[in-house]
Design a protein around this ligand. Structure first.
Ligand code: DX5
Ligand code: ZN
Length: 214
């Protein structure tokens, strides 16, 4: 299992140090939650913060856009140093055009589905995206409870990708910790986002190692 700690749960007064801490602790990617107070009822960070963090780590920057019009901000997040940009299929931007825009920069694109959105909704785009992100909480806030009933979506997407000979990375996000990681691993998820689970652990390095062992 690859682990992508979500900086949403870190101490915001020392984001740089927190990033370096999980990098040294063995994290695979860093997950950056961008919220616009419109698509979700919360506001977080934007491209300026991500750009400031970029020189501090070589880990892939996995940018999760929870914003209404992702297509208008792709340039800014590419310029900030994103390696992967995911956006919600429920957002307002034209889905194909947004994927094409991300791909045109030579970085990786992905689609995110909220808990109420069926797995099949990503099928039309599978051939042009790198990743599907399955939300295991309602997007907007860290620290919520993991929704295990989202796990069957992974098999539905994996089976369709296999049937069409496509390689797809599947990530899960929300409520993932040492208590819930087994269900995520059993479902065949490739990458787990963990905010509270990692940053609120007594020993961050040990927690990341434990999560990665699944
Ligand atoms: C929720 C975010 C998640 C969240 C994960 O909208 O997309 O990345 O911060 O945090 P935990 O692990 O605390 O649920
Ligand atoms: Zn996220």
């Amino acid at each position: 299992m690859k682990i992508a700690p979500s900086l949403l749960a870190c101490d915001f007064s020392k984001m740089g140090e927190e990033l370096v801490k999980v990098d040294k602790g063995g994290a695979d990617w860093i997950h950056l939650d961008v919220m616009d107070g419109h698509f979700v009822p919360n506001l977080t960070i934007g491209p300026a913060i991500i750009k400031a963090l970029r020189p501090l780590s070589k880990m892939p920057f996995d940018v999760h856009l929870m914003i209404t019009d992702p297509i208008n901000y792709i340039d800014a997040f590419v310029d900030a140093g994103a390696d992967i940009i995911t956006f919600h299929i429920e957002a307002n931007s034209d889905i194909n055009a947004t994927i094409d825009k991300i791909n045109s920069y030579g970085i990786k694109s992905g689609l995110v589905i909220k808990p109420d959105t069926p797995a099949e909704s990503v099928f039309p785009y599978l051939s042009k995206i790198y990743m599907v992100l399955i939300m295991t909480v309602e997007p907007g806030f860290g620290g919520q409870s993991f929704m295990e009933d989202m796990m069957p979506k992974a098999k539905i997407i994996r089976d369709e990708a296999k049937r069409r000979g496509l390689d797809i990375v599947i990530e899960a996000d929300g409520g993932i910790s040492s208590k819930t990681i087994k269900a995520v691993a059993d479902a065949g998820i490739d990458v787990s986002v963990s905010g509270t689970g990692v940053f609120k652990a007594k020993d961050v390095k040990a927690e990341i190692e434990l999560l990665k062992s699944y």
